[in-house]
Design a protein around this ligand. Structure first.
Ligand code: NAD
Length: 364
C-alpha cells in the first residue's frame, strides 16, 4: 500500500490534480496496487482557510507519505501579500522541509507535437534527456546575502555531501537509461565549479560503466539548442539548472506538457512545471498532460512501476497521434477538447494499451 498526498493548490492546479488522480486510480485498478489518497490545502487556498500557505498539518501529512503530488499554487488574489505569506512561499518551504535536493525535468519530444517547437524537425527527432538540477543548495541559499544602494552580494557555495548525493542520483538514473552523464559547470572561472567537477569525478569512480563528460554552462546552453540528441542525463547546480531546464523544456514545446519530479533521500514530490494559470482557471481548458506525465514519473521513481509509467506515456502519445488537443497546443485540423475530455481519452487509451499488452503476453 502506498500513501499519496494530493496538494491541488490553486487555479488550474485543482483541475489538473483531478486528472492526475483519475489516472492514479486507473493504475491502482489495472495493476492491482493499493493506493491511499489524502487531500490537503496549499498555497492561496490554504492562506484563505488558515491564514498561512503551508500549515503544519499539511507538512506532517507529507512526512507520512510515500509520494506527494502537487498541482500548482498562486493567483492574482494573493499577489499583494507579504513574501512569506504568498502561495509560492509554500513551495520553497515544502521542498526544503522534505529535503528534495534533486529536481528532474525530462526533455522528450512528443512526435505529434514536433512542428510546434521552434527548432527544426531533424534537430529534434529522437531527443530524450533529463536535466537533474540541485535544488536545495548553491547560490539560492548561500550566505551571506545582502544588498544596499552600492552593492549586491550572493554566495555560491557547495559542500561535498551536497554534490556527492546528487552525483550518485545522476549516475544511478543514467544506468537505467542510456548510461551517460554530462556534468555542467563553470570550472574555468569559478572555484565552486572546480570543486563540483572534482567531486563528481570522485563519485564517478563507483560508476565507471557510465560515461561522464563535462561541459561549461555557456557551451551546454548552446549544445541544447544545437544538438540536443547528444544528451542523456545533464547534472548541474541550482542556478545553472534553473536556466538549462527551462531551455530544455521549451525546445520540446508547450508549458502544459512538461512534468517534473523532485526527489530526496526519503521523500518525493511530483508536479507539472506550469503554474496556476489564473487566466484560464475554472474553465475546463487546462492541458492535463503535464500533470499526467508527472504521475508517470511517480510510478517510475517512487514505486518502481516502470510498466505503468511507460504505458501512461504511451497513452499520452496515442492521444496526441489521434489528433486530440487542448487549446494551448492546438494546431490545424486537430480536435479541441476540454481538460476532462482529454483526461478521459488518455485513460481509455491507457486501458486499451494495458489490455493489448496483456493479450500479447498471453499469446506469446
Ligand atoms: P503559468 O504557468 O501559470 O501560465 C503561463 C501561461 O501558460 C498562461 O497563459 C497560462 O494560461 C498558460 N498555461 C500554463 N499551464 C497551462 C496548462 N496546463 N494548460 C494550458 N495553458 C497553460 O505562469 P504565470 O502566469 O507566470 O503564473 C501564474 C501563477 O502561477 C503565479 O501566481 C505564479 O507565481 C504561479 N506559479 C506557480 C508555479 C507552481 O506552482 N509550481 C509555477 C509557476 C508559476
Amino acid at each position: 500500500m502506498y500513501k499519496i498526498i494530493l496538494l491541488p493548490g490553486d487555479g488550474i492546479g485543482i483541475e489538473v490534480t483531478k486528472s492526475a488522480l483519475s489516472v492514479m486510480k486507473t493504475v491502482a485498478e489495472l495493476f492491482n496496487v493499493e493506493l491511499e489518497f489524502e487531500k490537503h490545502l496549499i498555497g492561496g487556498s490554504s492562506y484563505d482557510a488558515y491564514g498561512e500557505p503551508l500549515t503544519k498539518e499539511t507538512l506532517q501529512a507529507c512526512y507520512n507519505s510515500d509520494a506527494v503530488f502537487l498541482g500548482a499554487v498562486g493567483g492574482y488574489k494573493w499577489e499583494s501579500l507579504p513574501h512569506n505569506l504568498k502561495p509560492e512561499a509554500a513551495l520553497l518551504k515544502l521542498r526544503k522541509a522534505l529535503g528534495l535536493f534533486t529536481n528532474i525535468r525530462p526533455a522528450k519530444i512528443y512526435k505529434p507535437l514536433i512542428d510546434s517547437s521552434s527548432l527544426k524537425k531533424e534537430v529534434l527527432s529522437g531527443v530524450d534527456f533529463l536535466v537533474l538540477r540541485e535544488l536545495t543548495g548553491g547560490i539560492y541559499f548561500g550566505e551571506p546575502r545582502e544588498f544596499d544602494a552600492n552593492h549586491g552580494l550572493n554566495t555560491m557555495v557547495y559542500f561535498k555531501d551536497e554534490v556527492e548525493r546528487i552525483a550518485h542520483m545522476a549516475f544511478k538514473i543514467a544506468r537505467e537509461r542510456n548510461n551517460k552523464v554530462t556534468s555542467v559547470d563553470k570550472a574555468n572561472v569559478l572555484e565552486v565549479s572546480q570543486f563540483w567537477r572534482n567531486v563528481v569525478h570522485q563519485v564517478h569512480k563507483e560508476y565507471e560503466d557510465v560515461l561522464l563528460n563535462d561541459l561549461y554552462v555557456d557551451n551546454a546552453a548552446m549544445q541544447i539548442v544545437h544538438n540536443p540528441k547528444q544528451f542523456d542525463v545533464i547534472l548541474t547546480s541550482n542556478l545553472f539548472g534553473d536556466i538549462l531546464s527551462d531551455i530544455a523544456g521549451m525546445i520540446t514545446g508547450s508549458l502544459g506538457m512538461l512534468p517534473s519530479a523532485s526527489l530526496g533521500n526519503k521523500y518525493a514530490l511530483y508536479e507539472p512545471v506550469h503554474g496556476s494559470a489564473p487566466d484560464i482557471a475554472g474553465q475546463n481548458k487546462a492541458n492535463p498532460l503535464a500533470a499526467i506525465a508527472s504521475v508517470a514519473m511517480m510510478f517510475d521513481y517512487s514505486f518502481e512501476m516502470k510498466k505503468a509509467a511507460s504505458l501512461i506515456n504511451e497513452a499520452i502519445v496515442k492521444t496526441l497521434e489521434d489528433g486530440y488537443r487542448t487549446v494551448d497546443i492546438q494546431s490545424e485540423g486537430c480536435k479541441i477538447v476540454s481538460t476532462e475530455k482529454m483526461t478521459q481519452i488518455v485513460i481509455t487509451n491507457f486501458k486499451e494499451l494495458y489490455h493489448n499488452q496483456a493479450i500479447g503476453l498471453f499469446t506469446l
